[in-house]
Design a protein around this ligand. Structure first.
Ligand code: ATP
Length: 430
């Protein structure tokens, strides 16, 4: 994991939040390459879970919501608290349920104090008088439930149907740790899928299958993922079944990547009672009922941590150890890097620029790389996961007449090079 964190910083994927001021625990910033990777994952997710389907609708709700939302959902109460304990000697704080010995401080050996409940929501005040209390939302899901009626009234969806949302969530975690795994500000990709009560089991199975396909799309190997069936006595009081999908993170082992819960009609019912608005669904024949809901919930940071863990590879090439990211082509920040063999030969640079612009027009995310020598460029592109490097050399310009107007394509994973005519380059890369 340390190697991944260091690569992320060195190559411009992810930086510590507020780094020049010594940081702020539990926050990370995406750099230029991180933003590209992040956007690729979000786009793939939206495509698979919303646009590729006929039963899904997207929304984008506000982060700040009426405080009554969080009372109705149960977040202001004990349900959204973690047990906290503080060392009486060094005053470090820990999550009591994450300690093997809840009496002794793991940092200094001092005695741990009493365990108390700590609510994870960040509280804030709205308006100049500061009298209106609000929270930074701790999950995106509630924004979906409070817009249920709006979506039903405007889109007339046929049940079963789902509402999806991607956005920021905030939790004042007691002990942020493991890079993007447990942070205080993160992005969720959540779905509430509304069904008739009698159909939940059948839909649960269909969604489980679909979620596995998402992990395939992220390039995660199935042996690194397992389903953890949350035992009945650990289920949230409203859930009849919850399956966590766990990933085998390096140096950490299996831990939650995503959650998938059957939440009955608990949320809509609570919001109907608390708000007084009818949150019933009305069938064409006039039957009215509160739908039950299945909730596949994904954390973007945990997905990115898993993607890096899976892609990070060390091997030996030309007698050297090299590091590369074996990212799937559709997730890599750059699809192709284009280089002139030497940067001080204007005729090479000019031809390379033409090829670069042609590919950029076609694919968009193409890198121009003329830094250092060609070996260094390959190493750099390998480290950021660029699947292909295209090089314009003297043969491109006709030094070997039979090779005029051809370029080399180097494959990231094997290091093998093939020569392709520029006129066929787009098709070859595609
Ligand atoms: P955990 O038990 O690990 O704290 P959770 O069960 O509270 O997680 P959920 O409330 O089910 O998590 O949130 C859904 C998803 O949001 C999680 O599967 C995870 O991917 C992501 N997530 C939750 N909390 C965090 C966090 N502090 N940092 C990063 N991602 C998070």
């Amino acid at each position: 994991m340390e190697k991944i964190v260091s690569l992320c910083k060195r190559r411009g994927f992810i930086f510590q939040g507020s780094e020049i001021y010594g940081g702020l625990a539990g926050t990370w910033d995406y750099g230029p390459l991180g933003v590209m990777l992040r956007d690729n994952i979000l786009r793939e997710w939206w495509k698979m879970f919303v646009t590729d389907r006929e039963d899904m609708y997207g929304i984008n709700a506000s982060i700040l919501m009426n405080e009554k939302v969080w009372e109705a959902s149960g977040h202001t109460g004990a349900g959204f608290s973690d047990p906290i304990t503080e060392c009486t000697k060094c005053h470090h704080r820990f999550r009591a349920d994450h300690l093997s010995d809840a009496t002794t401080c793991p940092d200094c050996g001092g005695a741990l104090g009493e365990v108390r409940n700590f609510n994870l929501m960040f509280e804030t005040k709205v308006g100049a008088e500061g009298t209106i209390k609000s929270y930074l939302r701790p999950e995106t899901a509630q924004g979906i439930f409070v817009n249920f009626k709006n979506v039903v009234d405007t889109m007339s969806p046929k049940i079963p149907f789902g509402i999806a949302q991607v956005g920021k969530a905030f939790r004042n975690e007691i002990a942020p740790r493991d890079f993007l795994f447990r942070v205080r500000e993160f992005e969720q990709m959540e779905i509430e899928y509304f069904v008739k009560e009698g159909e939940w089991e059948q839909q649960f199975e269909a969604w489980r299958e679909y979620i596995w396909k998402w992990f395939d799309r992220l390039g995660l190997s199935r042996e690194n993922i397992r389903e953890f069936e949350v035992p009945e006595n650990d289920l949230a009081h409203y859930s009849k079944r919850t399956t966590d999908f766990e990933y085998n993170y390096p140096g950490k082992g299996f831990d939650e990547l995503s959650g998938f819960a059957y939440r009955t009609d608990h949320d809509l019912k609570s919001h109907q009672e608390a708000s007084g608005a009818s949150l019933e669904y009305i069938e064409p024949d006039g039957t009215r009922f509160i739908p039950h809901v299945l909730e596949p919930s994904f954390g973007l940071g945990r997905a990115i941590t898993a993607v890096f863990s899976e892609a990070y590879t060390e091997d030996e090439m030309s007698g050297d150890v090299r590091t590369y990211l074996k990212l799937p082509v559709h997730l890599a920040p750059y699809r192709v890097a284009v280089s002139p063999l030497l940067k001080n030969k204007p005729e090479l640079v000019e031809r390379a620029r033409e090829v670069f612009l042609m590919l950029k027009k076609e694919f968009g995310n193409i890198a121009w790389d003329d830094n250092g020598n060609i070996g260094k460029r390959y190493r750099r592109q390998d480290e950021i996961g660029t699947p292909y490097c295209v090089v314009i050399d003297f043969d491109t310009l006709g030094e070997t007449p039979a090779l005029l107007d051809t370029v080399t394509i180097r494959d990231r994973d094997t290091g093998e090079q093939t020569r392709v005519a520029i006129s066929e380059l787009v098709a070859a890369l595609r």
